[in-house]
Design a protein around this ligand. Sequence first.
Ligand code: DGL
Length: 273
Amino acid sequence: MSIIDKPIGVFDSGIGGMTVLKALTEAMPNESFVYFGDSARVPYGTKSAPVVKQFSLQNSLFLLKHNVKLIVVACNSASALALQFLQERLSIPVIGVIEPGVKALMKESAGDPVGVIGTRATISSGAYQNAIKKYDENRKIFVQPCPLFVPLIEEGMTNGEIPIKIAEYYLNSMKLERIGALLLGCTHYPLMREVIAQVMGEAVTVVDSAGTTAESVKEELKQRGWLKSQGFPSLDFYASDVSSEIERRSRAFFGGELPVVKKVEFEVADFWV
Ligand code: DGL
């Protein structure tokens, strides 16, 4: 198979990365994708860097077995803690969501202070703060881990009194800083965008990294001459655990129909250690 015809690999700690997969499929309708959600080991946002690096490498090796031409790390926590680690070890391009997210944030903030929210792992890694400083070293940055958002969203509680109260709890102090734009630095948060935008108020533009990540991937493929402009795309969906809920929740994240999820058999996938 020529490289251009190979699929793009995407992994996330679970199914939240479907928000990124959606943007990728829309931006590159002729490309095939292999998605791996590490649903057996989610969440990554509460784990240490060595563990997230190990899981991320295993996920990438799984995707490499499926002959992918490029890997997208859709998970913010894995992008924050393991992107460079993967890039140094893999012979194919690996693209994360941090740089593209910052690009979207800077575009929407017009020189104003900016905010970033994410998991504890993402925020405490400093990855977003460092990437923003590379763009504009004098920019005021406010960050806030919002650890309750992921379980809330996983429960489908994306609207109403409880999510609003929790969002106020996390975001009220950032609101006082008069930021111009807020980046949703987590795969899950786009599903709570309405509540977050409501709490932050009209003066704050809420952005996510899905669209700009898709643009970066497309640009990388174009530059390499690997972008497919015709053909029949396929989508394969793998997960390390398959519960009765996974397909319904995945569709909610993806915002559309998905193929049947295939469970990765640990004994068959010999990369599992
Ligand atoms: N995918 C993770 C992220 O974007 C959120 C869920 C988790 O903690 O693993 O940071």
